[in-house]
Write a protein that binds this ligand. Structure first.
Ligand SMILES: NC(=O)C1=CN([C@@H]2O[C@H](COP(=O)(O)OP(=O)(O)OC[C@H]3O[C@@H](n4cnc5c(N)ncnc54)[C@H](O)[C@@H]3O)[C@@H](O)[C@H]2O)C=CC1
Ligand SMILES: O=C([O-])CC(=O)C(=O)O
Length: 315
């Protein structure tokens, strides 16, 4: 059986850690690519990671490069290229710099892996996915963004901490953009099937929702240098696994919504079924009036950011 080829553009914290989780799970062979300015760093990280194979018991060919032809004909391409935020910044402050970086990466991906499924991680996430889709011209179901798996993992962690239960038993769903307006759905969250609302009072759930919204900023503040990467990379690896193994996982991802939820042609976080073709289905939930209003606010924030990006790029 042919091994899957996974290329990760940007061999920094999130990129290299995604490679780590993918290698450990034997998801395929991995190419780590970064800019020539970083020298042989991607080669060094790739060789170092490969040398963990005999200890951890995984077989994966891991290579580092700055040449896109080494990524040619990838099954999955992950884009983590770009700058992370510093304390005090919002993800949106990265827009001007990362739109240029992600646009240039997308051009190369289009040329060298025209049939790939692309997972975008760079921030501000929803706008960067939109940019990748604009530049590649790939069918929208083959371009998506990682955000919701991470954000729900944070929510699940905080619920498990609060209740003193295993994180494995907590499940959650979330909608909207990967920013301050994200909409964790308490109504779709449960612990071993028991609705969260039966286990925690409203004010505790509200506090957990707020901590989840601020989850990225909390880590940025603690690290003081760069942003989160273990959990973001694990989330990305879970999406890669769902695609490569055609698992049909139902996960929250940034997906292209046109008629769905009445969004009108933008990428936004929604529940999807992920399989070998990428986003195989978007699940439309019945929302309460409160959830609907919060989702619409989030969609508007993403649309505004995309319009700002388009204006900046024009000129
Ligand atoms: N969607 C999400 O849930 C998350 C998104 N992020 C975002 O992911 C991005 C990467 O974060 P980190 O890995 O922590 O940053 P990092 O600074 O550790 O790594 C970024 C890498 O991108 C490389 N790079 C820059 N321009 C490039 C280009 N044109 N082509 C290829 N590589 C290029 C840099 O040389 C660097 O090695 C940031 O924008 C960050 O905000 C981070 C965590 C979670
Ligand atoms: O907060 C950041 O800048 C990185 C990110 O998206 C996250 O950790 O959720």
């Amino acid at each position: 059986m042919r091994r899957a080829k996974i290329s990760i553009i940007g061999a920094g914290n999130v990129g290299a850690t995604t490679a780590h989780w993918c290698a450990a799970a034997e998801l395929g062979d991995i190419v780590l690519l970064d800019i020539p300015e970083v020298g042989d760093m991607p080669k060094g990280k790739a060789l170092d990671l490969m040398q963990a194979g005999p200890i951890m018991g995984f077989d994966a060919k891991i290579t580092g490069t700055s040449n896109y032809w080494d990524t040619a004909d990838s099954d999955v391409v992950v884009i983590t290229a770009g700058i992370p935020r510093k304390p005090g910044m919002s993800r949106d402050d990265l827009l001007a710099t990362n739109a240029k970086i992600v646009g240039s990466v997308a051009e190369q991906v289009k040329k060298t892996s025209p049939n790939a499924i692309v997972i975008v991680v760079s921030n501000p996430l929803d706008a960067m996915v939109q940019r990748t889709w604009q530049v590649t011209g790939f069918p929208p179901y083959r371009v998506m963004g990682q955000a919701g798996v991470l954000d729900t993992a944070r929510f699940r962690t905080f619920v498990a901490m609060e209740l003193g239960v295993s994180v494995e038993d907590v499940s959650a769903m979330l909608l909207g953009g990967h920013g301050d307006t994200m909409v964790p759905l308490a109504s779709c969250s449960s612990v071993s099937g028991i609705p969260l609302t039966q286990l925690l009072p409203k004010e505790r759930i509200d506090a957990i929702v707020q901590r989840t919204r601020d989850g990225g900023a909390e880590i940025v503040q603690l690290l003081q240098k760069g942003s989160a990467y273990y959990a973001p990379a694990a989330a990305t690896a879970q999406m890669i696994e769902a695609i490569i193994k055609d698992k049909k996982r139902l996960l929250p991802c940034a997906a292209y919504c046109d008629r769905e939820y009445g969004v009108g042609g933008y990428y936004i976080g929604v529940p999807v079924i992920l399989g070998k073709d990428g986003v195989e289905k978007i699940i439309e939930l019945q929302l309460t009036p409160e959830e609907k209003a919060a989702f619409e606010k989030s969609v508007q924030a993403v649309k505004n950011l995309v319009e700002t990006m388009n204006r900046l790029l024009r000129g």
